[in-house]
Write a protein that binds this ligand. Structure first.
Ligand code: OSB
Ligand code: MG
Length: 377
């Protein structure tokens, strides 16, 4: 046990590039590689790993890899220089910096990993996990044709995924959903994600999805449109779920007060970290709102932490926590593998996964070291 906070000494900011096994197309663009930013934190105790969920381009959200790296190096790490802190203490130290939640979350993940390794505890137990396996869904991108989509979905159902999510956009919505529902039958849970591609004027069109008994429609309108989501929700039978809009506990509370959503996708990176994610989980649980753990094409590092979070009691819907092989042929950790449509929650200390340094090195495209405190002589 190391009850006292760790002293933060230095951090390596590492950009890696992982080819995706198949291109991933959403309403905001097509990804063929995942450029990810890793934080490798050195302390006076164990070291820690964090993964920033920002994407290479600011298309899903305003944060992006190079921007996150600049904020971490230029504004966040300098505020931690010479400090002893635990993850819970970061909010006070970094709170003056507005926004940049994905950048803050990456640091938090690294501090959590280090501090929980020091305490010989798992992230899952620290966050309040109640399960050691979590139900998994899969997010299926927009494709060139409906037969190609139906084939891909069949493959995922055969692999055991417990819920299918289809990416939609204007021109790729009612007919693909109809075809997939017909192919998988009425009992396989199905939902859609628009990534903010519609406007309130599309309400009548989106109501055509009501006949397919979807679990939910995720983020139909733009990030800032909380009230418009409430208006849309009143016109749909399909429950509205928010992703991009939910950037904090405060926004979540307002969205629920307004009736903007009946389900919440919790992405720790989007809300500034795992501790804020737990607070959102707690609020939703109090209000009887089901939550599920979203994904951002994480490597095994971020996936480990997401799977731990998804083991909390309020995560009653399958998450976008898919197996490693849905994304990458070669992951930065030993792969997460489906067991009857579920992933096992890491039980080891900290994030509970071993980072494969030789794979990280092989996939590294840039690396810089930030010194936080003079190393002990
Ligand atoms: O909107 O949930 C989203 C991936 C990248 C950015 C945003 C989203 C997604 C996904 C895939 O839907 C989630 C995953 O499998 O990691
Ligand atoms: Mg989404």
């Amino acid at each position: 046990m190391t009850p006292h906070p760790l002293r933060l000494l230095a951090a390596d900011l590492i950009q890696v590039e992982l080819p995706l096994v198949t291109p991933f197309r959403t309403s905001f663009g097509t990804q063929t590689v995942r450029r990810a930013l890793l934080v490798h934190l050195y302390t006076d105790g164990p070291d820690g790993w964090g993964e920033c969920v920002a994407m290479e381009e600011p298309l899903y959200s305003s944060e992006y890899v190079a921007g996150a790296e600049a904020v971490i190096a230029g504004h966040l790490l300098p505020r931690l220089a010479g400090r002893k802190t635990d993850a819970a203490g970061l909010a006070l130290l970094l709170g003056a910096v507005r926004g940049h939640r994905m950048a803050k979350a990456a640091i938090e993940m690294a501090v959590l990993d280090a501090e929980l390794r020091a305490q010989e505890r798992s992230l899952a137990s620290h966050l309040g996990a109640v399960r050691d396996l979590v139900d998994c869904g899969v997010s299926v991108g927009i494709m060139d044709s409906i037969p190609e989509l139906v084939d891909a979905v069949r493959g995922y159902v055969d692999a055991g995924y417990r819920r299918i999510k289809l990416k939609i956009e204007p021109g790729w919505d009612v007919e693909p959903v109809r075809a997939v529902r017909a192919a998988i039958g009425p009992s396989t849970p199905l939902q859609v994600d628009a990534n903010a591609a519609y406007t309130l004027a599309d309400a009548g069109h989106l109501a055509r999805l009501d006949e397919f008994d979807l679990l939910l429609i995720e983020q139909p309108l733009s990030e800032e449109q909380i009230a418009a989501h409430a208006a849309l929700a009143r016109q749909l039978i399909t429950p509205v779920c928010l992703d991009e809009s939910i950037v904090s506990l405060e926004v979540c509370a307002e969205a629920l007060d307004l009736g903007a959503c009946a389900v919440v996708n919790i992405k720790p990176g989007r809300v500034g970290g795992y501790l804020e994610a737990v607070r959102i989980h707690d609020l939703c649980r109090e209000r009887g709102i089901p939550v599920w753990c979203g994904g951002m094409l994480e490597t095994g590092i971020g996936r480990a932490a997401n799977v731990a979070l998804a083991a909390l009691p309020g995560f009653t819907l399958p998450g976008d926590t898919s197996a490693s092989d849905r994304y990458y042929r070669l992951d930065l950790t030993p792969p997460f593998v489906l067991e009857d449509g579920r992933l096992r929650v890491p039980a080891g200390h900290g994030l509970g996964v071993e980072v494969l340094r030789e794979v990280v090195d092989e996939l590294t495209v840039s690396r810089r070291t930030c010194r936080l405190a003079p190393l002990p002589s």
